[in-house]
Design a protein around this ligand. Structure first.
Ligand code: ATR
Length: 274
C-alpha cells in the first residue's frame, strides 16, 4: 500500500487560493492517497510554520505571496531557474530539508504552446507589459524557448531594466508611454500586470498597430476574457486566456510530490472557473 502524501500551499492570505481545488482534483483522478491543503502562515511565523510542515511529513508545498522570496533563506538549495526568476513557488522536502524551484515559466509556456496556433516568438518580437514576478518568469520562459527579441515595458521602468539584465542581448526596455508604438512588428503580446483584473484599473492600450496574426495573451483570469483579449479578438488576433498558466504551473509540482504528471482537462478548467 502506498503512503499517504501530504502537500499544500503556504501564503498569507491564502483562503482564495485555487491550488487545493486543482491538486485534490488530480489526487482523485489518479486514485492516489493524499491531500493538498491551504495553509495560512503570517510572514513573522514563516520559519516555524514551515518546520511544522516538515514535522508533519509533508512531501512539499507551493509558495505564494508574500513568501516567494523569504523562502530562499530556508531552502537547502534553490535551482538555477528559481534563482534567475527570483522566486520559489514550489518546494520539495527531502530528508527534512527544503529544495526550491519555480514552475511559472513552464506553466506559461505550456499554456501558450497548447492554446496558440502558429505563434512565432522566435523570429518576431514579443512585447511584455509589466515587470513584476510573473513577468520575470514569462521572460525567462520565452528566452529558454528560443525567443530572440523581447521588449519589456513597465510603469516603473527600473524594474523592466532589472528584467532586461537577465539577457541584455535579447531583452530591451521601452517606456510605458511608448507601449503602443512597440506593437508594430510584434508576434506576441502578453499582459503580466494586474490591470484589467476585476476591481483593478483598466489596462489602457490601443492595439491598432499590432499585426493581425500576432497572438495576445493575458495572465489575468478574472474576468477570463479581459478588455485586452476582447479588443484583440474583435480585430482578429488569436488570444490565450490566463487560466491555463495557473493550471499548467501546478503540473510539475504535483509530479514532484505524487509521482504522476497530470493533465489539464476541460473539466478541471471548468471547476476552477466556477
Ligand atoms: P506579480 O508578481 O503578480 O507580477 P507585482 O509584482 O505586484 O505582481 O506586479 C504587478 C505589475 O502590474 C507591475 O508591473 C506593476 O507596475 P509597477 O512595477 O510600476 O508597480 C503593474 N501595475 C500595477 N498597477 C498598475 C497601474 N495602475 N499602471 C501600470 N502598471 C501597473
Amino acid at each position: 500500500m502506498s503512503a499517504f502524501v501530504r502537500a499544500g500551499v503556504i501564503g498569507h492570505p491564502i483562503k482564495h487560493s485555487k491550488s487545493p481545488l486543482i491538486h485534490n482534483h488530480w489526487i482523485a483522478e489518479h486514485g492516489l492517497q493524499g491531500e493538498y491543503t491551504a495553509i495560512d502562515i503570517a510572514p513573522e511565523n514563516l520559519k516555524e510554520g514551515v518546520q511544522k510542515l516538515i514535522d508533519n511529513g509533508f512531501a512539499g508545498f507551493n509558495v505564494t505571496v508574500p513568501h516567494k522570496q523569504e523562502i530562499f533563506k530556508l531552502c537547502e538549495n534553490v535551482d538555477g531557474k528559481a534563482k534567475t526568476i527570483g522566486a520559489v513557488n514550489t518546494v520539495v522536502v527531502k530528508n527534512g530539508t527544503l529544495h526550491g524551484t519555480n514552475t511559472d515559466a513552464f506553466g506559461f509556456m505550456q499554456n501558450v504552446h497548447q492554446s496558440a496556433f502558429g505563434l512565432d516568438f522566435v523570429h518576431r518580437p514579443s512585447v511584455v507589459l509589466g515587470a513584476g514576478g510573473a513577468a520575470r518568469a514569462i521572460v525567462y520562459g520565452l528566452i529558454e524557448a528560443g525567443a530572440r527579441q523581447i521588449i519589456v515595458t513597465n510603469r516603473t521602468e527600473e524594474k523592466a531594466k532589472e528584467i532586461a539584465a537577465m539577457n541584455p542581448d535579447i531583452v530591451s526596455v521601452v517606456s510605458w508611454s511608448a507601449r503602443e508604438k512597440m506593437l508594430r512588428d510584434a508576434g506576441f503580446l502578453v499582459n503580466t500586470t494586474s490591470l484589467g483584473m476585476v476591481g483593478k484599473d483598466a489596462l489602457e492600450i490601443d492595439l491598432a498597430l499590432l499585426p493581425n496574426d500576432a497572438v495576445v495573451s493575458d495572465i489575468v483570469y478574472a474576468p477570463l476574457e479581459t478588455d485586452l483579449l476582447l479588443q484583440a479578438k474583435a480585430r482578429g488576433n488569436q488570444i490565450v486566456t490566463g487560466i491555463g498558466m495557473l493550471l499548467h504551473q501546478a503540473r510539475p509540482a504535483f509530479e514532484k510530490w505524487f509521482g504522476v504528471l497530470p493533465e489539464v482537462t476541460e473539466a478541471l478548467e471548468k471547476k476552477v472557473l466556477a
